[in-house]
Design a protein around this ligand. Structure first.
Ligand SMILES: *Cc1c(COP(=O)(O)O)cnc(C)c1O
Length: 371
């Protein structure tokens, strides 16, 4: 006989999973507040260029079919990416942004009691996704020059380690790992630990010594490469990213993926973007030029900024972070502040970057005056 519990006068609550208790919150870059003065949103590493006309046209056309589910297998874009990187189609899988693919990877290999290693500070989604899976996040501090400490990360591997994220170039510091460093690391890490090379910003990396994830995928059996259309390709709003992984891992990622997670609009826009790589390339070149300019100007102000291989620069502002963020905000520049750590400034239009330099000057003077 079923017993129907009477309504209690105090509302009973359904217990939530304990993994949710200590989860850090993902803070999206602040939106530019609506006001009279021009505001520049340099807080989310977005591409400042509007979508390419060819991409907009394809998306507008695809809008006529949004009453239908998308192709769950992402067939066409899978083939295009496989061709682009000369890998088997079976090694390519998609998600609603590479952050979703990162979540698939964690859920596929790490559960209760397992350990996931990453540098810190790095992409703030890593500890959240790890915690959600019930696994333990192991933070390995960056070196004094804001780079991954790969020997320390290899030394942090235990019997419980299932997964290591290597974010290169690193969000939010912009530093990248070299091929030599990553080969030494791969040699030190057991082959039953998966190494995920998160290359969200790889297109902006001009360091000749830098590691290229695809070479490591071809060399080692335990490497996954993560790419996204959100940054260099400017499709952040459409949500599409992918993994290049050993076939059995790709199959596992498809198994844990949320069905129909990647919209037809996103798939078609990604295809059109691959067809427009010359135009995309020109935009990347301008953003890299602007980054170098921004970096040089920050140095000349007196900021001790590390070289960036991404579409942002990093100011190590420590305890003064929140106070200095206010100076940027008041100057109309919305930046990403990590309290106690630093401020990340995305590379925007030349006009936005000029404004950011002015604000950085004011911030530097404020610090100097306080010392
Ligand atoms: C932006 C970013 C991603 C992916 O973003 P999506 O929009 O989900 O594709 C992944 N990794 C890092 C380090 C990022 O900064």
């Amino acid at each position: 006989m079923t017993t129907i519990r009477p309504h209690a006068s105090t509302v009973e609550r359904v217990p939530l999973r304990s993994a949710l208790h200590d989860l850090p919150a993902y803070k999206p870059g602040k939106a530019a507040p609506v006001s009279g003065t021009t505001q520049y949103k340099l807080s989310s590493n977005e591409n400042p260029y509007p979508p390419l006309p060819s991409v907009r046209d394809v998306v507008a056309e695809a809008a006529a079919g949004i009453n239908l589910y998308p192709d769950m297998a992402c067939t066409e874009i899978t083939e295009a990416i496989a061709k682009r990187w000369d890998v088997p189609a079976a090694s390519v899988s998609f998600g609603a942004g590479s952050v979703e693919v990162a979540s698939q990877i964690i859920r596929a290999v790490a559960g209760e009691g397992d350990e996931v290693i990453f540098a810190w500070r790095s992409f703030e989604a890593y500890p959240i996704l790890t915690g959600l899976a019930g696994a333990k996040a192991v933070h390995v501090p960056l070196t004094a020059d804001e780079r991954h400490d790969l020997p320390a990360m290899a030394a942090a591997v235990t019997e419980r380690t299932r997964l290591i994220f290597v974010c290169t170039p690193n969000n939010p510091t912009g530093t990248s790992v070299t091929a030599d460093e990553l080969h030494a690391f791969m040699t030190a890490v057991p082959q039953d630990v998966l190494v995920v090379i998160d290359e969200a910003y790889v297109h902006f990396n001009v360091d000749a010594a830098a590691a290229h994830g695809i070479d490591f995928f071809r060399t080692y059996p335990n490497v996954v490469v993560l790419h996204t259309f959100s940054k260099a390709y400017g499709l952040a709003g459409l949500r599409i990213g992918y993994a290049i992984a050993p076939d059995y891992i790709s199959a596992a990622l498809r198994a844990v993926a949320i069905p129909f997670g990647v919209s037809a609009l996103a798939q078609k826009a990604a295809l059109a973007s691959l067809d427009a790589e010359d135009e995309i390339e020109a935009r990347i070149t301008s953003l890299v030029t602007e980054r170098e300019k921004l970096h040089a100007e920050l140095l000349s102000i007196g900021w001790d900024v590390c070289p960036s291989e991404a579409n942002f620069v990093w100011l190590r502002t420590g305890e003064a972070t929140q106070e200095l963020e206010t100076i940027f905000t008041e100057a109309g520049v919305i930046v990403r502040a990590y309290p106690g750590d630093g401020i990340r400034i995305s590379v925007g239009t030349p006009e936005a970057n000029r404004q950011a330099v002015q604000a950085a000057k004011a911030a530097f003077n404020r610090l100097a005056a306080e010392r």
